[in-house]
Design a protein around this ligand. Structure first.
Ligand SMILES: Nc1ncnc2c1ncn2[C@@H]1O[C@H](COP(=O)(O)OP(=O)(O)OP(=O)(O)O)[C@@H](O)[C@H]1O
Ligand SMILES: [Mg+2]
Length: 282
């Protein structure tokens, strides 16, 4: 699977005076699940789009630095080739539906048709993608009749059918109800377990802390830190960047309950529970 290397990435949208991305360098390991956090307008979506190649191939503007997915530089690589390496999912599932297809199956086949994938291979890939996203039973449904969670999973299936090595999700559940959100997170976790490299920009810190191997904190287009969720969410200056840690971390901070071995606060329910139990046992 793919490793991502970002070197001194800078980007300014056309007509803007400020840098949306300001000298970002980082390496994302193959198969890693990377969370992206920061306040509104900190650059999360811009970073997602730069890794997916939409910046600078679709969004023009001033661009500096380099983004590599394995040995491919996203700025120079052919779009068809890039689509088979990296896929991106946006906030609103509604906007990602082609609008020209009558069934979920046809919708998922859209990207593959454009790539000229042979029929048998196409069918195999679509069946596998629907199975993985748990939407096989919806294959004959009209795309716009799906729930938000189902629609978002259909969008992910369309990407998965292209067999990318990297999937980028930009607040994929912010428009969904709790059930839809859970369905999508479960699906993303499955993809991660298959070894796909995942980048997830997210405001839901509980979910992000639960799934991420590392978290990158952005502010004003700058990379402030990249570290484990425990280290990031234990930072005392987090509120200055407009980020609230997971509720479990907030409670443990208030109670002064942290892991003695690392000096970090818990970030998930399970971690917090274990520490509480340990305290009670003492
Ligand atoms: N299409 C655009 N044209 C001009 N400026 C833009 C555009 N999209 C974003 N920006 C600017 O780029 C900067 C970074 O925005 P970005 O959307 O990447 O932040 P974000 O962290 O995703 O914010 P949010 O949490 O609101 O989604 C902001 O200053 C924003 O105003
Ligand atoms: Mg955004």
């Amino acid at each position: 699977m793919a490793q991502i290397v970002i070197e001194h990435l800078k980007y300014k949208y056309p007509g803007s005076n400020a840098l949306a991305l300001d000298d970002i360098s980082l390496t994302i390991k193959s198969g890693e699940f990377l969370g992206i956090i920061g306040s509104n307008e900190s650059g999360k979506s811009s970073l997602c789009q730069a890794v997916a190649g939409l910046i600078p191939n679709f969004y023009k503007g001033a661009y500096g630095g380099k983004v590599f997915i394995d040995d491919l530089e996203v700025k120079t690589v052919d779009v068809d080739e890039l689509c088979q390496k990296v896929g991106i999912i946006f906030q609103n599932p509604f906007n990602q539906v082609t609008g020209s297809k009558l069934t979920v199956y046809e919708e998922i086949s859209f990207g593959l048709e454009n790539l000229g994938i042979p029929r048998d291979e196409m069918k195999k890939r679509i069946d596998e993608a629907m199975e993985l996203l748990d939407i096989s039973r919806l294959k004959d449904r009209y795309p716009f009749d799906l729930s938000g969670g189902q629609m978002q999973r259909m969008a992910i299936a369309s990407i998965i059918a292209m067999k990318p090595e990297v999937i980028i999700l930009d607040e994929p559940t912010s428009q969904l109800d709790p059930q839809g959100r859970e369905e999508v997170f479960q699906a993303v976790q499955k993809l991660s377990r298959q070894g796909i490299t995942i980048l997830l920009a997210e405001h839901n810190m509980e979910k992000l802390a639960q799934y991420s191997d590392r978290v990158v904190l952005l502010d004003g287009g700058k990379l402030i830190a990249i570290d484990s969720p425990q280290n990031i969410f234990s930072r005392e200056d987090l509120y200055e960047y407009g980020v609230e840690p997971p509720v479990y971390t907030q409670i443990c901070k208030k109670l002064g309950i942290k892991k003695e071995s690392t000096g970090c606060y818990p970030v998930t329910l399970t971690e917090a529970f274990e520490l509480f139990e340990k305290k009670r046992g003492n």
